[in-house]
Write a protein that binds this ligand. Structure first.
Ligand SMILES: Cc1cc2nc3c(=O)[nH]c(=O)nc-3n(C[C@H](O)[C@H](O)[C@H](O)COP(=O)(O)OP(=O)(O)OC[C@H]3O[C@@H](n4cnc5c(N)ncnc54)[C@H](O)[C@@H]3O)c2cc1C
Ligand code: SF4
Length: 507
């Protein structure tokens, strides 16, 4: 008898494990307090994961597989992989264990310890999900600069994605990012996402009774996220038909009062492996090939996120086991209180945080240029920023969250991923959206009680990190502007920023 462990983010129905039904195999899924509590997760994330796991187990059983499912409230649940597997092994008389390769180092270490803890051999197989192996990007780059664009072009060629008959990039360019930076001014109507309304109140009760501490709104009476492969496929189809067309153009847009825009919302389904990246990329490319009105810039922009960014950050994660503790800028400030309630006068930040608490979701530019930007400008401790991002989003799993947070957003890796820190003053945020019209601060003011905090904090950031950043060619322009300013203006900006930094909770 073999016990096969399926982790909560391994809901890949197409895995070769399930091609044959075997009486000598029992699939094991478990909801544990240890996994639900290693960081404070958003309530919707815990609900969605457990509900999706339960649905997956039911589908396996319906297909004739033997399944043992441990619920969070089961008396027999020891809430620990090893302890649960030990009694299940004894119960079923198992002579071996098998698992799919984990995506996180923490879980990888737990799995690696099992043979010794249980005295049983463990067979690890591929999760059959990603385009790349863990070390593929590391083999490509070695010690050379890890640039996503290099990696992405290689992926396009290697997997024959968006190429013409001569093997050149479709349309003549690899990257249409320059066409993908428009603000949204209502030119085309927004299309509602295909939200579900899962009644998970009973499950929520179990989670609460088990003492799992969460954050954010559970929305347990009508959880909107796709929880089965069938639903995830329907979301993908809906995105391709309704929103892909405008995805690229408005990818970086910020809109007051609007959470979803033309994004796909597929990250939870992808990261739990209900959808494969291959099928998502293929669906987008097939749509473009069959519909000449679909803008290539949009399709390429979308495919780049999945075939490029998603695989690239996986490569970074496995290449840099030290990423969980990097802090190149030596930032030590605790996260301001309003990261936990959204109660700040900065309208752009308030919307990003409140939306995250309400929906367990924010789109990329909110994560990078709003919450990430303000955390970096304030000098927040990357450990705290990391834990916040890991907890709050429905799609947050360490392998993808950590490089995005520490590397892309907080520059805590000293430039391993991003050639310059993603910081901006209010002008960028004002250009990309309309929050400023609803804000208690004035985006054009740099000093004074109503001055947009992003403005002075931006210059303060550059000034205080001059020794590290001034030699960066991509920051030559802002440093030149800083030096050109007269001393009085510089001092006024620094004094304004200092005043804000004295009392960040009041911003
Ligand atoms: C600070 C920070 C933290 C982030 N944390 C996570 C995280 O925990 N989990 C996560 O999946 N993404 C994370 N991202 C990347 C990105 O913001 C989300 O993937 C995206 O917002 C999810 O929404 P969507 O499915 O509507 O994406 P879309 O905008 O529709 O994009 C399509 C898909 O592309 C992929 N993708 C896009 N950008 C990235 C990226 N930078 N890295 C990896 N994949 C990408 C996702 O799978 C996404 O579903 C983070 C980004 C930042 C700046
Ligand atoms: S004024 Fe500044 S803080 Fe307010 S919404 Fe605009 S950028 Fe954000």
């Amino acid at each position: 008898m073999q016990l096969r462990l399926i982790l909560g983010d391994q809901l890949n129905a197409a895995h070769s494990w399930y091609r044959e039904r075997r009486d000598d195999v029992v699939y094991v899924l478990m909801e544990t307090r240890s996994e639900a509590g290693y960081v404070r997760h958003h309530a919707q994330k815990v609900l969605a994961l457990f509900a999706a796991m339960r649905g997956f187990a039911d589908a396996l059983q319906a297909a004739g597989h033997r399944v043992h499912y441990l619920r969070i409230g089961d008396a027999a649940n020891r809430h620990d992989f090893a302890a649960n597997l030990a009694w299940l092994a004894a119960h079923y008389g198992a002579s071996s264990l098998a698992c799919q390769q984990a995506d996180e180092r923490r879980v990888d270490a737990l799995l690696a310890a099992l043979p010794q803890q249980l005295g049983l051999p463990l067979q690890q197989v591929d999760s059959e999900h990603f385009y790349t192996t863990r070390d593929e990007a590391a083999r490509l780059f070695g010690s050379k600069g890890w640039r996503m664009e290099t990696f992405y072009r290689r992926m396009r060629q290697q997997h024959g994605v968006l190429l013409d008959a001569a093997g050149k990039p479709a349309g003549g360019q690899w990257n249409y990012d320059a066409a993908n930076r428009e603000p949204y001014r209502g030119e085309v109507a927004l299309v509602p996402w295909p939200f579900a309304a899962h009644d998970l109140r009973a499950l929520w009760q179990e989670i609460v009774e088990a003492g799992v501490q969460t954050l954010g709104e559970p929305q347990a009476d009508a959880l909107p996220w796709p929880l089965t492969r069938r639903e995830a496929r329907a979301w993908l189809a809906d995105f391709i038909q309704q929103r892909l067309r405008h995805f690229g153009r408005y990818q970086d847009a910020l809109v007051h009062g609007e959470v979803w825009l033309f994004h796909s919302g597929l990250s939870f389904a992808l990261n739990t492996k209900m959808l494969s990246p291959h099928e998502v990329v293929q669906a987008a490319e097939a749509a473009w090939r069959s519909d000449p009105t679909l803008p290539l810039a949009s399709v390429e922009g979308f495919i780049r996120q999945i075939l490029g960014w998603r695989e690239y950050v996986r490569g970074v994660y496995w290449a840099r086991p030290d990423f969980g503790s990097v802090n190149a800028l030596q930032h030590r400030r605790p996260l301001p209180r309003w990261f936990w309630d959204g109660d700040t006068g900065m309208a752009c930040v308030a919307q990003a945080v409140r939306g995250s608490l309400q929906h367990a979701y924010a789109h990329h530019i909110q994560r990078l240029m709003v919450t990430g930007n303000i955390a970096l400008l304030l000098g927040c401790d990357p450990d705290e920023v990391d834990a916040w991002y890991l907890g709050i989003y429905i799609d947050a799993f360490e392998w993808v969250e950590q490089p995005n947070t520490r590397g892309m957003s907080q520059w805590a890796d000293g430039g391993f991923m991003a050639s310059k820190p993603y910081v901006s003053g209010g002008a960028y945020l004002s250009r990309m959206g309309d929050h400023c019209a609803h804000c208690r601060y004035a985006v054009k003011q740099k000093t004074g009680p109503a001055a947009c905090p992003f403005n002075s904090l931006y210059w303060h950031f550059l000034a205080r990190h001059e020794a590290v950043l001034a030699a960066n060619p991509r920051l030559a322009m802002p440093y030149a502007s800083w030096r050109k300013m007269d001393e009085g203006a510089r001092q006024a900006l620094l004094a304004q920023a200092e005043a804000y930094l004295q009392d960040v909770d009041s911003l």
